[in-house]
Ligand binder design. Structure first.
Ligand code: SF4
Ligand code: SF4
Length: 381
């Protein structure tokens, strides 16, 4: 029988660098189950890709001996990231070690070893409703951007990742927090700022409309009407967090740059991504941002081409032309044509004219649309 107390666990978790610790029961998350069941149009895809969110709403299905859940809060934005990366990637993906397992994974392992050495078995399932567990453990409230805001850590911001550790020993649960914690005066800034209208305004989201989803789970060429709203993001999106007044105290602080992330920044330079081959992708990119497999290289490049187009930076024109010659995927070529049209100028227009000669179908249509926008931008220049 384990003699570990709540305080022992809290002390160990804080010593290992977690921002906050809370406890809740191993009761099922019935409301979450009902929400997923009633919104299959929005969440059905999660079952198809094997996320198992519905099964995860019952901790005892994950671990039959479950008695409690220890919730750990990880601060993923304790150090600053190079601004060139923040402009194109969601912060929560920039120092992700789920493949390399050489940072957060080691601390979780140490925490579980501590529990095991003290007679407690544990599991860290990926599919539990982490935000709901953190709210039930009294650690945070919801924002209208559908994200968890800490009650105590990280200056009460949303730059935290809740992790659930299911254990086979019962601990007194904390008093649940939860509900929307947004000040009335905010006037739904995040909802208004979401460029793809993914937020419903009541703390829930249609994940299919979120840029994060579209950058890695979107299956086809990015629809033309979404390319401009998706802006410069290549993988993930932080817009609804960046505009949130609940996050301003954290955002306004000076902090040192994350050396791990700075070290790999050159691999995530837009030009390097646009021209990468499968070997480079597998060794440099995939270990850090792994939702897209090597067979989806075209999608990475399509996202990069769209971001380059939205940058309006004509120094990208030669790269886009080169990428056209390097790739024959019609979805990628369609967005390259769009990007050249969006940047505009003589070089882009000449290239589009050359591409048009050998193109048919959807790509031809994209080029014609792009040539239309080039003519407009040269008329107004
Ligand atoms: S992450 Fe971006 S696209 Fe998704 S809800 Fe927030 S602002 Fe909208
Ligand atoms: S922007 Fe406003 S409404 Fe949205 S999460 Fe922040 S405080 Fe809440």
């Amino acid at each position: 029988m384990s003699l570990l107390t709540r305080n022992d666990i809290i002390e160990k978790a804080l010593e290992l660098g977690f921002e906050d610790v809370g406890f809740t029961t191993a009761e099922p998350f019935d409301a979450q189950f009902g929400y997923l069941r009633d919104h299959q149009d929005e969440y059905g895809w999660t079952e198809k890709v094997g996320l198992g969110l519905m099964a995860g709403t019952d901790p005892k299905a994950v671990m039959p001996s479950a008695k409690s859940i220890v919730v750990l809060l990880e601060g993923y934005f304790r150090e600053a990231f190079p601004s060139a990366l923040e402009g194109h990637f969601g912060r929560c993906y920039l120092d992700d070690d789920r493949v390399t397992k050489d940072a957060l994974a080691l601390r979780i392992k140490a925490f579980r070893s501590f529990l095991r050495e003290n007679g407690i078995d544990s599991k860290v399932p990926f599919n539990l409703p982490h935000r709901a567990a953190a709210m039930r453990a009294g650690m945070g409230t919801l924002g209208k951007n559908a994200l968890l805001y800490s009650c105590r850590a990280a200056l009460e911001s949303s730059w935290v990742l809740p992790l659930t550790v299911v254990v086979d020993k019962e601990f007194a649960p904390d008093t649940p927090a939860g509900g929307l914690g947004c000040p009335e005066w905010c006037r739904n800034v995040c909802v208004a700022a979401c460029p793809t209208k993914a937020l419903k305004g009541n703390g829930s989201i249609d994940p299919r409309k979120c840029i994060s989803f579209m950058t890695y789970f979107g299956k086809e060429i990015t629809p033309r009407e979404l390319r401009e709203p998706m802006g410069l993001y290549v993988y993930g999106c932080d817009r609804c967090q960046n505009v949130c007044p609940r996050n301003l105290p954290w955002l306004s602080r000076e902090r040192p740059v994350n050396a791990r992330v700075e070290g790999k920044a050159k691999d995530f330079d837009l030009r390097a991504l646009l021209h990468m081959d499968a070997a480079r992708f597998k060794s440099r990119v995939w270990p850090h941002m792994f939702y897209l497999s090597p067979s989806n290289l075209w999608k990475w490049k399509m996202n990069v081409a769209r971001a380059m187009g939205n940058s309006r930076d004509d120094s990208y024109v030669p790269d886009l032309i080169r990428a056209w010659d390097e790739n024959d995927d019609t979805r990628l070529r369609g967005v390259i044509a769009w990007a050249l049209g969006r940047i505009g100028g003589k070089k882009a227009k000449d290239a589009l004219g050359r591409f048009l000669a050998g193109s048919v179908g959807d790509v031809q249509e994209e080029i014609l649309a792009a040539l239309g926008s080039v003519q407009e931008s040269t008329r107004t220049a």
